[in-house]
Design a protein around this ligand. Structure first.
Ligand SMILES: [Zn+2]
Length: 646
């Protein structure tokens, strides 16, 4: 059974990334404004939605449904609609200022190559791995965590034709995770170099060995649980509190992923117990190691094959990638933070108020009846968007200095499968030297000329009432003491270079299904002038002229500007926007046989994966084949992948 590319079915992933430059340039706030004429006033803007848009009124989360479980929302308005059934009621739509501000700030950051102010660093990066980890035992000695090698033995809890020992299920049910027991060694299981257990005891009996019980992962067809026998201390790895915290975070992720699965409950009880923290109890774990800057690092897990939680966070990666982590001091600010403001982590120098204020956008061209503003109630499908763990989309493919790439990469390390020796005792992977993970850039969505409306009974998805296309709103952007350069850049960012071109922003929900396209036009710019007449100060509002056709504050030769112009062009929107399409034809009856995640499975099991690969890709030795195309590539499409019987 093999995965193949379907050359006739192509798709363009709904989002792509605008590149980061070589370095995030910063200077002190004073250096932005000192010795410059400062302008105060407002920009009168008009906003037209060229596709349906949706922004929820969150005062009622059951606007169209009775079912508490599945939410439904009406479009944003000033009306407080709690408890109302909205099926036949309509309010005048409003686009909240915060939504417009967010869109304009992201665009301004991309165009000025500023910091990535909105990265969510609370999200732990994790990914499933197929590299089997090694059994170990973790304990605290003299206030320090120590990791020991362990031998794993199998203790029978279900019928098994190979292991003829008694069934220990009832006996084991009286024990807890990590309990110490004494065992008598049984036969070797097949030729796996793993031994079974023929008897256990609470007390030390002559000829018995000492071990610790580990419940959890079902290994080798669910016949057995594990006993770990203490081995040598591992000296070249320092276990820190971060490692312990990441292990706790991993349990949270497992619990989150399998809502009803309590497999690691006992493990978690032991991990969080006083006795473990005091060194009175030992914790069976699986561990794998990787090297960085000649130091050994470790992943700990309750499972032999499971998830790894990466030690790098997004902000760490951005620090190493030109310093694009969020700004944290007024003395050192990127262009976007200088204009839009920033909040650091407390302290006088660690915050700056915005010099811009956006207003809500209100309907400019009124319709006779409020209901005429809206499309029919439809479904906002919960699309399986590729997650940040999809490193083939979110991270750059690494190359060494000879131009060779590798089989797999993630947020901490990159590697090739070890193909030289199939001996299982050898390390399974060869790490890629001097790997530095690099993110692809800032996420933006392609426009789509055809919004996909989904109707029907699927109660699992959120029901919404979107705004019909071609409604016109007006709003203002007030600016306070900004420079001419900043005003020119702000104006260009708002109308993307011209009132009459087809470059548009994307706002609100449903971006992957073609919602959210808005064109912003500048109607006028008003500058507030102060005049001093004898004793009185008076303000005058005057028209401020910017030749919108000649306004070119950004360098069109720069990659980020070209990428921005291409991905925001509504007229040239790709026609075949879809999340990755993968189909497992060997399981046609399974509900998930056609799904986005199937593409990601297939993409790591296609032939040799890449030109430098030494082995064929497989389920246990995945190799990344395609990565997300770049915005400026001539061909931005990917092919459907499918699996069929040979
Ligand atoms: Zn910044």
């Amino acid at each position: 059974m093999t995965w193949k590319e379907d050359m006739n079915i192509k798709f363009v992933n709904p989002y792509n990334f605008i590149s980061l430059g070589n370095e995030c340039k910063r200077k002190s706030f004073d250096n932005y404004i000192n010795n410059k004429e400062l302008l105060t006033g407002y920009i009168e803007c008009e906003l037209e939605n060229l596709t349906p848009i949706f922004i929820p009124n969150t005062t009622n989360e059951n606007a169209f449904t009775d079912n508490e479980k599945y939410k439904s929302y009406d479009f944003f308005s000033y009306d407080y609609i709690r408890e109302q059934k909205r099926t036949s009621e309509y309010s005048e739509p409003v686009i909240p200022a915060s939504e417009i501000r967010g869109v304009i700030r992201s665009a301004y950051e991309a165009l000025t190559d500023s910091c990535m102010s909105t990265i969510d660093d609370g999200n732990i990066l994790s990914k499933r791995t197929t590299i089997p980890a090694k059994p170990g035992l973790l304990k605290k000695e003299n206030g320090e965590w120590k990791l020991y090698e362990a031998e794993r033995l199998m203790i029978k809890v279900k019928d098994c034709s190979i292991d003829n020992a008694q069934n220990f299920k009832d006996i084991l049910s009286k024990y807890n995770e990590g309990d110490k027991i004494y065992f008598k060694r049984g036969i070797e299981y097949k030729n796996y170099r793993i031994y079974t257990i023929s008897d256990i005891s609470n007390i030390n009996v002559s000829g018995y060995e000492e071990g610790y019980i580990h419940f959890g992962e079902d290994f080798i067809k669910k016949h057995h649980e594990s006993i770990f026998k203490l081995g040598k201390m591992i000296k070249d790895i320092e276990i820190t509190i971060d490692d312990i915290n990441r292990l706790a975070g991993l349990i949270d992720i497992y619990t989150e992923l399998n809502k009803n699965n309590r497999k690691y409950e006992k493990f978690n009880d032991l991990l969080t117990s006083k006795d473990f923290k005091n060194g009175k109890r030992v914790l069976p774990v699986y561990y794998s190691t990787y090297k960085k800057d000649d130091k050994n690092y470790v992943y700990l897990s309750p499972a032999c094959i499971g998830r790894e939680i990466f030690s790098n966070r997004l902000s760490d990666i951005l620090k190493n990638q030109g310093g694009y982590q969020p700004c944290s001091s007024r003395e050192n600010l990127c262009e976007a933070c200088a204009l839009f403001g920033f909040t650091g982590d407390g302290g006088e120098n660690n915050a700056l108020a915005s010099r811009l204020r956006f207003t809500d956008a209100k309907i400019k061209k009124r319709k006779n009846r409020n209901e005429d503003y809206y499309d029919k109630i439809c479904i906002l499908p919960e699309l399986a968007s590729p997650k940040i763990s999809a490193t083939e989309f979110y991270l750059e493919r690494p190359y060494d200095d000879r131009g060779k790439t590798c089989d797999m990469w993630n947020y901490d390390y990159a590697f090739n499968w070890n193909y030289k020796d199939k001996n299982e005792q050898d390390e399974q992977i060869e790490q890629f030297d001097e790997y530095i993970p690099k993110i692809r850039g800032r996420k933006f969505y392609w426009h789509s000329k055809k919004a996909k409306f989904v109707y029907g009974q699927n109660e699992r998805n959120c029901k919404i009432r979107p705004l019909k296309k071609n409604n016109v709103f007006s709003f203002r952007v007030y600016f306070d003491a900004i420079t001419e350069d900043e005003l020119n850049k702000l104006v260009w960012t708002l109308n993307i270079g011209d009132n009459n071109n087809t470059n548009c922003h994307k706002i609100g929900r449903g971006k992957p299904i073609g919602f959210g396209t808005v064109k912003i036009r500048i109607n006028k710019i008003i500058k507030r002038d102060i005049s001093f007449d004898s004793d009185t100060i008076s303000y005058k509002l005057n028209d401020y002229k910017i030749d919108l056709k000649q306004n070119r504050p950004f360098d069109y030769n720069k990659k980020n500007v070209q990428e921005f112009l291409k991905i925001t062009d509504f007229e040239k929107a790709p026609r075949i926007i879809n999340y990755p399409i993968g189909e497992d034809k060997t399981k046609p009856d399974k509900p998930n046989s056609v799904a986005s995640h199937q593409w990601f499975i297939g993409n790591k099991q296609i032939s040799y994966g890449h030109k430098d690969a030494k082995i064929k890709a497989s389920g246990t030795k995945p190799i990344i084949y395609k990565t997300l195309p770049y915005i400026l590539d001539k061909d931005i499409t990917l092919n459907k992948l499918y699996k069929e019987r040979n």
